[in-house]
Design a protein around this ligand. Structure first.
Ligand SMILES: Nc1ncnc2c1ncn2[C@@H]1O[C@H](COP(=O)(O)OP(=O)(O)OP(=O)(O)O)[C@@H](O)[C@H]1O
Ligand SMILES: O=P(O)(O)O[C@H]1[C@H](O)[C@@H](O)[C@H](OP(=O)(O)O)[C@@H](OP(=O)(O)O)[C@H]1O
Ligand SMILES: [Mg+2]
Ligand SMILES: [Mg+2]
Length: 499
């Protein structure tokens, strides 16, 4: 049996009726359709031709929404089968027919031409063999396809189990990052579900790719961050499983991720870069900073001076991500602005770098380094005009939502475009390689601003598994796959020998 490239979902596994008898889509089926849509498989929906017109138009609407084919099935006789096959017009590779209706005659005809029937439902009488598979719920469809494709491929693909918040999974999935048919470098992607037993799922994968910070409930900053994290129930179960199954490559290990949760640790890492400046190149450095546990500014001025900090400054929560207020920060212009400052404590006070409102976002995917230029915040003089207009001296904002931009900020796209000539890419790429070695992370991002005047390249932020949305899919996705494969190969070559 060849690898599965095509899947037809019968309406019986997708639709139900709501309280008033109208057709509706099972939530689990909706999630499955979203995943299959971007799985690099050809997917269709089959519906009974004599369905009510309301049902037929509902099915066709769902198919159109998910960019899937919709194929009518008029009956189970030979003629209906031929009409169905002509309408589907399959490539002849192994095709799955996923249903919870028992149409024996139709099944045997399909199996005779190499299709595989996947019956969804709990029925002990169902005999299973290579052409007939029984699963309990539609949530087991991806793992079924994955296992069939693992068995069918001459060179065993590497199965990457992934888990992240739905919006992030959708972002990656829409870019084609999670195919259920092997990539050119032999990877298969399988969504892990907290709603199914994790131990069984993890045994099916070679790698677990996760964004654990998506599963943080809260962080008790009175403890060392890694001990203060309260994860979701599902993430705690995943942690237990990956700790119990040493034979599972994790991208990336939690211990390597924890420092990027903490802007204080990030500053300490970035300050190490000061030693790595290359003669004849611009200086690469971290911002001057001070960590504070309170905003009592009566004794703060000396500490600020000692830390070489002068106004304006930017105040960020020490917690860097994972919780809602990790991106609530403020620009402050005088010592009194610490009064009633709403930035969560403990906080990191950073020098504000005048950087002409241009931000260079770098993304490290394994060996590859990409960057994009984005509009940022204006120089201090412009910021003062914003604060003057706002009536309050300090400027409070959420960096994930919007940055304070001066009205008269005249950075046009052209300036962003020309800015590429101002950054020392060799210097930053060298720094990226150092950071990759120190952090032990497969995919991470960092933000660079160039100080006006000195032209110092200042790294103001480090992020774990960012979205690199702005990098073209044609570059980013193959690099994403290569980074994962290289990390796995490095893990395999360096892991402790099996007992
Ligand atoms: N020290 C600084 N001097 C000047 N501008 C800064 C400084 N720190 C941050 N910025 C600007 O503010 C933006 C948000 O800051 P930062 O990147 O630290 O926030 P974040 O919440 O970590 O964002 P991300 O979504 O990238 O994780 C930066 O992208 C940059 O434009
Ligand atoms: O959601 P938390 O755990 O707070 O972490 C954020 C990161 O700090 C940001 O770097 C991510 O933004 P980018 O993916 O654009 O880098 C941001 O990605 P998002 O905006 O796509 O959610 C978040 O991952
Ligand atoms: Mg940032
Ligand atoms: Mg960040």
């Amino acid at each position: 049996m060849g690898a599965v490239r095509e899947v037809v979902l019968d309406e019986s596994v997708l639709f139900a009726e709501d309280a008033v008898g109208n057709p509706c889509l099972h939530p689990a089926s909706a999630s499955l359709l979203r995943r299959l849509r971007h799985s690099n498989l050809r997917v269709g929906i089959c519906y009974e031709e004599d369905d009510t017109s309301q049902k037929a138009s509902f099915v066709q609407g769902i198919a159109a929404t998910h960019s899937l084919d919709s194929i009518p099935l008029s009956g189970t006789d030979e003629d209906s089968l031929q009409k169905f096959l002509v309408a589907w017009n399959g490539t002849g590779s192994s095709c799955l027919f996923i249903t919870s209706r028992k149409i024996e005659l139709f099944f045997s005809k399909l199996r005779n031409i190499g299709w595989i029937i996947v019956y969804v439902g709990v029925d002990s009488n169902v005999a299973t063999d290579s052409g007939f598979i029984n699963i309990n719920t539609v949530q087991a469809v991806p793992i079924t396809i994955c296992n069939l494709n693992k068995m069918a491929m001459h060179e065993k693909p590497l199965v990457i189990g992934y888990i992240m918040k739905p919006s992030r999974e959708e972002d990656f999935s829409e870019r084609g990052a999670f195919p259920l048919y092997p990539t050119h470098n032999g990877l298969l992607f399988l969504p892990l579900s907290f709603e199914l037993p994790l131990a069984r799922q993890i045994k099916q994968v070679d790698v677990v790719l996760h964004k654990a910070t998506d599963e943080i409930i809260s962080i008790d900053t009175s403890l060392d961050f890694s001990n203060g994290i309260l994860f979701s129930k599902g993430m705690n179960e995943l942690k237990r499983n990956i700790e119990d199954i040493p034979d599972c490559c994790v991208i990336d290990s939690l211990n390597n991720i924890y420092p990027l949760l903490d802007r204080h640790k990030i500053q300490e890492i970035l300050c190490k870069l000061d030693e790595f400046n290359i003669k004849g190149h611009r200086k690469l450095r971290a911002p001057h900073f001070l960590k504070v546990d309170n905003y009592d500014y009566t004794c703060l001025q000396d500490q600020l001076s000692e830390a070489k900090l002068s106004f304006p400054m930017i105040v960020k929560p020490q917690v860097a991500c994972g919780v809602a207020d990790a991106h609530n920060m403020a620009l402050i212009f005088k010592i009194e602005d610490f009064e009633n400052l709403r930035v969560p404590l403990p906080a990191i006070i950073q020098e504000y770098i005048d950087h002409g409102s241009l931000l260079f976002k770098f993304y490290v995917l394994g060996e590859r380094v990409f960057h994009t230029v984005k509009k940022s915040m204006p120089n201090a003089t412009h910021l003062l005009s914003i604060s003057a207009k706002s009536g309050s001296s300090s400027i409070f904002f959420n960096s994930l939502k919007s940055l304070p931009v001066a009205q008269e900020d005249n950075i046009s796209a052209g300036c962003v475009e020309h800015s590429n000539h101002s950054i020392d890419l060799d210097l930053v790429s060298h720094a990226a390689k150092c950071l990759r070695k120190w952090l032990g992370l497969t995919i991470f991002g960092f933000d660079v601003v160039i100080e006006e005047g000195s032209r110092d390249h200042v790294i103001v932020d480090l992020n774990y598994l960012p979205s690199f949305k702005e990098i073209p899919d044609s570059d980013a996705i193959p690099a994403f796959w290569e980074a994962i494969k290289s990390s796995y190969e490095y893990w395999k070559a360096t892991r402790a020998p099996k007992p």
